[in-house]
Design a protein around this ligand. Structure first.
Ligand code: SF4
Ligand code: SF4
Length: 224
């Protein structure tokens, strides 16, 4: 019959349209508030109904391992950059879009483990995440911020150190699992260092004991 396909298609559309409201009602009746928290439910693999996201008013939450242009982590406890300007990230970056200028001590002219400048060309970066994988100091991480479009390439999309740097609290917020792993590793290293220091102190004390012990000649003589 002519038109049966159209009617069938309209039926599917109507089914999804009605299912949207049924799903939302179910979510609200279960105690969920109709805010951003509803999005993972509405957009989840088991959700039914209309899946349209009213971007930019609505945004889908990104998974923790979502990765976009990297950022540099600033250690808020020590109040310093975590980056030591070792240059490993620049070496492993496949499209070679990282430039680092090392800091030199003005008195001795010797390198200081801090970057004076750090640039990433966001128009070249392919968000592969290799820089973050290879960084031995957990100083560079992949970001979740994907809204970077701009008309000015060189002014706005070659990111300098100030633009790239974000506090470690931001890293903890967007990568809680990675952050917990890092904290566990730091605590483990601190415990091992303390154990080593205690063992070294005990060894030193044991080595010093015979010298400190009174010699037989120095021993007090019994009273006559
Ligand atoms: S971000 Fe990491 S790998 Fe890159 S220069 Fe800094 S410390 Fe080295
Ligand atoms: S994410 Fe990949 S392409 Fe982008 S700066 Fe890091 S290594 Fe280079």
């Amino acid at each position: 019959m002519y038109g049966s396909g159209i009617i069938k298609g309209l039926g599917v559309t109507l089914k999804h349209f009605v299912a949207t409201y049924i799903e939302d009602l179910r979510y609200v009746l279960k105690g969920g508030r109709y805010t951003d928290q509803a999005m993972p439910v509405r957009q989840g693999p088991r959700a039914r109904g209309v899946f349209t996201v009213q971007y930019p008013e609505e945004r889908l939450p990104v998974p923790e391992n979502f990765r976009y242009i990297p950022f540099l982590v600033f250690d808020t406890q020590k109040n310093e950059d975590k980056c030591t300007s070792c240059g490993i990230c620049a070496k492993v970056c496949p499209p070679q879009c990282i430039w680092i200028v090392r800091t030199n001590d003005p008195k001795t002219n010797r390198p200081v483990p801090q970057p004076a400048e750090f640039y990433i060309d966001a128009t070249v970066c392919m968000s592969c995440g290799l820089c973050a994988e290879f960084c031995p100091f957990d100083a560079i991480k992949m970001d979740h911020d994907y809204e970077l479009s701009s008309f000015e390439r060189f002014n706005n999309l070659v990111f300098d150190k100030a633009r790239l740097t974000k506090p470690d609290t931001y890293h903890a917020q967007i990568h809680p699992t990675d952050w917990a792993r890092e904290q566990a590793e730091i605590a483990e290293k601190a415990a091992k260092d303390a154990e080593k220091a205690a063992a070294a102190a005990a060894k030193k004390a044991a080595a010093a004991k015979p010298a400190d012990a009174p010699k037989p000649a120095d021993a007090p003589k019994p009273a006559a």
